[in-house]
Design a protein around this ligand. Structure first.
Ligand code: B12
Ligand code: SF4
Length: 456
């Protein structure tokens, strides 16, 4: 029997498209169910949402969210429970995956999904009384287990049509149309990164860390997205780090040039930037990469962040990319635990040397579940209000022990001067791209703001 499932999308500003919802909607439709999307922009009062919840008349309401939206979603779940007493409510995504039991205890949900959600959600829609890996149901003694999609080529294309516009605001990577090249986790193990924490929590079985899709399957999805949105002007790999063997990457770039031929962007690790990879990127038309160098102190980077590359490696990587005409987005963290004025000087110096197209620096955010958070906790450096903060602060987000806020302000001012001198301000990136019209050819129209709407 076909069921109607309403997805609730309550993102941060500018995040129009959710790959999580698009993946699940496609899967449900492929199995004979219907779906709708309720878009709830930040700041919407739950009362404004109530009539739309009633209009949707769903059998199941599915909430997908990250920790940064947990408070708002809690209010929406409460509103849905009141307005739709007969519907079944389920939540999944990064936050419920990290805190399944807490989420079920705090919110009037019928179930929570842990990890990948296609099969668990389908089971919840079709047979809610039966247990399923990945589902933790209210009133049952379900263990917290996970389901993994092992045949990744068999997953349907993301349901982009459900969203209407699939571009997000932000840098060129975020504005491009995202496609996942793989399922799984970045294979690196940076101590500060939520992805590493998330992987440890999810304990993927052997073979599930990176499940690479075939080149043809990824390209077919891109062709489908272009057919749906003829004005698509760029794609991005929505993987934490460009996955794949050299051979896969080369085959993909060759196919991408022939079958797609649009600008492409991705995230890379400095260690990945070899002559061979740069040649492949140029071949495919990849003209924008995002790289995290984090700090100019290579000893600290290796010892405390588990990023083993040297400053010389970073200089070589940026030089290679720039020589090939590939624009770079470089990100640093300041306000790192135990940071010293000398470390800050090294960061400023390296920022100057790397001369990225766009220079970005943010205060380090302590993320629960990461190894660096464990260190911060053990040393009593946690500042509660900054833990897992989605947007970061304009001040140190952990207690500083070896430098002052004044030292951090001085470093920030120096970084700003470099960005000014090199014309590489993050905020200015979009403006300059629009003026120059380099990324998308002609200047692109401003994206519309998110509006409260029910999309069928
Ligand atoms: C691509 C990506 C993005 C994209 C958007 C992705 C999206 N879904 O909207 C962009 C670049 C815009 C982005 C932005 C942000 N991101 Co992000 N992102 C990722 C990344 C690298 C991959 C996510 C992805 O596309 N996966 C592919 C899809 C198909 O899988 P999925 O999202 O995991 O969804 C599956 C399951 O979670 C589950 N599921 C999800 N929802 C639901 C709902 C139900 C009902 C059910 C049953 C199941 C279910 O089923 C899905 C299909 O199997 C992850 C890292 C990771 N490995 O997950 C970080 C990650 C999700 N992002 C993260 C963060 C912090 C952010 C930002 C807050 C960053 C910022 N400060 O701006 C914003 C928030 C955007 C928002 N939604 O409001 C964190 C979330 C941590 C947390 N506990 O919340 C992650 C885990 C990385 C990390 N640990 O640091 N992100
Ligand atoms: S390489 Fe990037 S995504 Fe991977 S663990 Fe490190 S910071 Fe996280």
């Amino acid at each position: 029997m076909s069921r109607h499932v309403l997805f609730v999308h309550a993102p941060i500003p500018g995040a129009r498209f959710s790959s999580s919802i698009a993946a699940l909607s496609a899967w449900l439709k492929a199995h004979g169910h219907t779906t709708a999307l309720l878009v709830v922009p930040p700041g919407t009062a739950p009362d404004a949402v109530r009539p739309l919840l009633r209009d949707a008349r769903p059998d199941v309401v599915a909430f997908s969210y990250m920790t940064c939206r947990a408070q708002d979603v809690a209010r929406l779940v409460a509103a849905a429970r009141e307005e739709l007493p007969h519907a079944r409510l389920v939540a999944g995504g990064a936050h419920p995956t990290s805190y399944p039991r807490e989420t079920l205890a705090a919110l009037p949900l019928d179930a929570v999904c842990v990890g990948e959600g296609e099969a668990p959600l389908l089971a919840f829609v079709e047979a809610p009384d039966a247990p399923h890996p990945g589902l933790v149901r209210r009133g049952h003694d379900d263990a917290v287990t996970r389901w993994w999609a092992m045949d990744v080529d068999a997953l349907p294309d993301w349901d982009r049509a459900l969203f209407g516009d699939v571009r997000n605001d932000g840098n060129r990577y975020e504005r491009a149309v995202g496609v996942a090249f793989a399922r799984g986790f970045c294979p690196y193990t940076c101590t500060f990164c939520g992805v590493d924490g998330y992987r440890r929590l999810n304990a993927p079985p052997k073979g599930a860390v990176t499940r690479l899709r075939s080149v043809d399957r990824v390209l077919r999805e891109m062709e489908g997205a272009r057919a749906l949105f003829p004005d698509v002007d760029a794609f991005a790999s929505w993987d934490e780090i460009l996955p794949g063997s050299r051979r896969w990457q080369r085959a993909f770039m060759e196919g991408y040039r022939e079958r797609i031929g649009l600008p492409l962007s991705c995230h890379l690790r400095v260690e990945q930037v070899t002559d061979d990879l740069v040649e492949s990127l140029v071949l495919g038309g990849c003209d924008y990469v995002v790289l995290g160098v984090e700090t100019g102190d290579e000893g600290y980077r290796r010892k405390f962040l588990d990023k083993g590359f040297s400053n010389a490696d970073a200089r070589a990587a940026f030089a290679k990319l720039h020589a090939a005409g590939i624009a770079t987005f470089l990100s640093f963290m300041i306000g790192l635990p135990f940071e010293t004025p000398q470390m800050l000087k090294k960061t400023v110096q390296l920022a100057r040397e790397l001369a990225a197209t766009t220079l970005s620096w943010k205060y380090y955010t302590p993320e629960r579940g990461t190894r660096l958070f464990g260190l911060v906790e053990r040393h009593g450096l946690v500042i509660d209000r900054w833990v897992d903060h989605p947007f970061g602060g304009e001040e140190a987000m952990v207690q500083m022990t070896h430098c002052t806020q004044r030292d951090l302000d001085v470093a920030t001012a120096a970084l700003r001067l470099i960005a000014d001198a090199q014309g590489s301000h993050e905020e200015g990136e979009r403006e300059r791209e629009r003026e120059r019209g380099t990324f998308a050819g002609p200047p692109r129209p401003e994206l519309s703001d998110l509006a409260l709407e029910l999309r069928a």
